[in-house]
Ligand binder design. Structure first.
Ligand code: SF4
Ligand code: SF4
Ligand code: SF4
Length: 347
């Protein structure tokens, strides 16, 4: 009997094949197997035959929204930076999306990085993706040569061993605390919508750190980032980081040093987190991409919690919703602004 993921894979291939055959899309963005177990790579199907290489399983961790702006642009005629965009309809791209990826697509639409009418979104309600670092820790970091996924288990095999793992035990932290598993925008669905999850403790990872003293929080932060090698895989995996020149790469002016000096590394992480404030969907792509196991997502989750408390907004829930930190209203609360006279009063 087929597993849930095998059924999804079959339906996904069929839908992608139909879209490509009919010419409704010029390409379909999904996942194909990587060259090692537990790694799925983003894959662009360009012909109906390519659609048979698409796959769906618990290791599809990289947020596909990240690849959409460049993929859409690749179908546009070349133009100079100041030339107006081409007139008339442009080719569409198909893409598969769970809750958080669809929300990142909403943010990209709000920020004019992609156009909704150029996307054909196949939605899948998410069951949570697996953290391969958790799997490796459970099997004492032995070499893994094959993983077979059931509906609720993973059978992990390597030289001289085979172990069955409960799937939920190795689901990523962001997926365990996710309350929006359903895609918020889609043109077609595979399977049913699941509805919101009720998780009163979804910010518990953040609250544990908030409960510490300022010194202890700084100690946590500096120890968490001390093994950062500044490879920028976290930034590169994030659909919010589409700046043509990132502040870390700029050399005129050089905003931050490029070494793994602890102050430079701290500045990188703090600034990047603030750049994602009010925009981050907690998709976990950054954390999944990190080769050093750094939990930088806790920083963006803290800002997600603050934005929810201050503005009542979660990123990407609706295209019509204002972006909390780039929308100005005359009656915005302004008590955070310290004027000279107020500074005196607050002392
Ligand atoms: S870290 Fe900031 S500057 Fe760099 S790409 Fe991301 S959003 Fe842009
Ligand atoms: S900062 Fe990380 S969790 Fe947030 S949207 Fe980017 S990749 Fe996803
Ligand atoms: S992916 Fe990890 S090691 Fe690389 S820059 Fe980001 S936090 Fe540092």
């Amino acid at each position: 009997m087929s597993t849930m993921n095998e059924k999804i894979t079959e339906e996904l291939r069929q839908k992608a094949r139909q879209l490509l055959e009919s010419g409704r899309v010029a390409a379909f963005l999904g996942y194909a197997s990587g060259s090692v177990p537990m790694v799925m790579r983003p894959f662009v199907a360009r012909t109906p035959e390519d659609a048979d290489r698409l796959e769906w399983n618990s290791f599809c961790v990289l947020n596909l929204a990240n690849y959409l702006p460049a993929l859409l642009k690749s179908f546009e005629p070349p133009r100079r930076p100041n030339e107006p965009p081409p007139q008339g309809p442009l080719p569409k791209v198909g893409v598969v999306a769970t809750g958080c990826w669809s929300r990142n697509m909403v943010v990209q639409i709000q920020e004019n990085q992609v156009e909704r009418e150029r996307l054909v979104i196949i939605g899948i309600s998410s069951r949570g993706m697996v953290d391969r670092k958790k799997v490796q820790a459970l099997i004492a970091h032995r070499d893994v040569t094959a993983v077979k996924e059931g509906d609720n288990t993973l059978v992990v095999a390597g030289p001289g061993f085979e172990e069955e793992i409960n799937r939920w035990d190795v689901v990523r932290d962001n997926c365990k605390s996710c309350v929006h598993p359903d895609p918020v925008i889609f043109d077609d669905m595979i399977g049913e919508l699941k509805g919101e999850r009720d998780l009163p403790d979804r910010f518990s990872q953040v609250e544990e750190i908030e409960a510490l003293s300022a010194q202890e929080r700084w100690k946590w932060f500096t120890s968490e980032i001390q093994s950062c090698i500044r490879c920028y895989a976290c930034r590169n995996a994030c659909p919010l980081c589409y700046c043509p020149t990132c502040f870390v790469d700029d050399s005129r002016p050089q905003w931050v040093g490029k070494s793994i000096d602890s102050v430079d590394t701290a500045i990188f992480h703090i600034l990047r987190a603030y750049h994602c404030a009010g925009r981050c969907t907690d998709c976990g792509s950054c954390e999944s991409a990190c080769p050093m196991g750094i939990r930088m997502r806790i920083l963006t989750k803290k800002l997600q919690k603050d934005v929810l408390q201050l503005y009542g907004i979660e990123a990407g829930m609706s295209v019509q919703e204002p972006l909390p930190l780039t929308t100005y209203k005359k009656d915005d609360p302004q008590d955070f602004i310290l004027t000279e006279s107020l500074k005196g009063e607050k002392k």
